[in-house]
Design a protein around this ligand. Sequence first.
Ligand code: SF4
Length: 424
Amino acid sequence: MDNSEKSALITPAYLERFHCLADQCEDHCCHGWRINVDKQHYQRLKYLYSADQNAEKTFNRCVALVEQAKRTVDCYATFNLNAHNECSFLDAQGLCFIQKQHGADCLPDGCRLYPRKQFYNGGRVEMYGALSCPEIARLCLLAEDAFDPVEKNAAISPQYVEYIPPNDASYYQKYNVEVRSWMIALLEKPTLSLSERLILCLYFAQGSVGFFHKTTVEDPGQSLQNLIETLNQPDKQQDIFNQFNAPMGRHVELMDLLLKLLSLMAAKPFAADIIHSCFGVDIRGRREITTMRSPQTVYQLYQENVKTITSRYDKRITLFFTHYAMNFWLSNWFCRSDNLFIHFSRFAAEMALLKFMFFQHKDIIVLAGHNDIDENKLDKAAVEVFYRYSRTVEHDSVLRAKMDVLIQEMLNEDLPLLLACIQF
Ligand code: SF4
């Protein structure tokens, strides 16, 4: 079943370096996820597993049809999870036995592509990695040259997270590549601090709201160009920094937002543990309640930790969060959001949440208490935080939607609170 075709492709270096760690992986991608099977692959697998009674038994144990009323061509069946909440097709070594027995072409597209995400930008295919895979998180966050672009012709499965039609894209879609390219070039600018780069991104997002949004009917090209030229001027940049690059307060509201976001994820032990250790709240009611801390106290303790750790590892931590930001803007296309400002809000809230989880990670707290430098421990904690967060949120559409609603309700074009998020 080879339905691939050769296409012009651009991808970052980190994805070119990726190889699945299989049984050496600290987690694996078949844990706890619902894996959809399209009709074509369902029929193919049913045929392959009909050779004898044992094969048929395996198929019936591992695959379930979606109930008739909800069945579609793309979501025709699912793979059952075993008693360990893992895909039933995993063998004792944690390897996929469909792949072992019949090759990767027989896997449903989701399994075959993961952790790659494909996009079509109206001209060529772009491919990025999902940070929910720990190996992708390592390669993306830790290497200085992770985002060096790689251009080539490659075999592509025609399955896209986003697709911009080549001939009748809306104005909002049409400028997708230009806008993201400007954002990425800005995020990489070594002469500005990360906080300054994010302030310019925010200023751009806010400044574009009037003429660049989902329902734009007039060509926004000239207005976008003017805004970009203005923001590229060093004098203008300095004006903006003077205006915004100072603490804006609002930390109590920010801590409230973070606690609410963590509470939405509290079914995951890592989120419940942070709520317990930082806020003193036992959200799952299984432990003794420690002293509940005020948002102001939590913020002060967090800031002390940030100060200690960044005084030793500033460059490395800036690299993690710069690369996270780049991957966000490359692989979460703003065309999904009504305008750039709304999209920026989600990004800013997630940056703040990830920073909080990183600086409150138990190994980072230990590092803060020692004077010696241990970059390996720092890297390990970063990978764990980013991949666990991504694994929890990016593959759970219900949770994702709840978080987006909460972020919009609480940030709601509140510029000082957005600034507090990116300067956190
Ligand atoms: S999570 Fe990534 S490295 Fe681990 S098994 Fe899945 S694809 Fe391979």
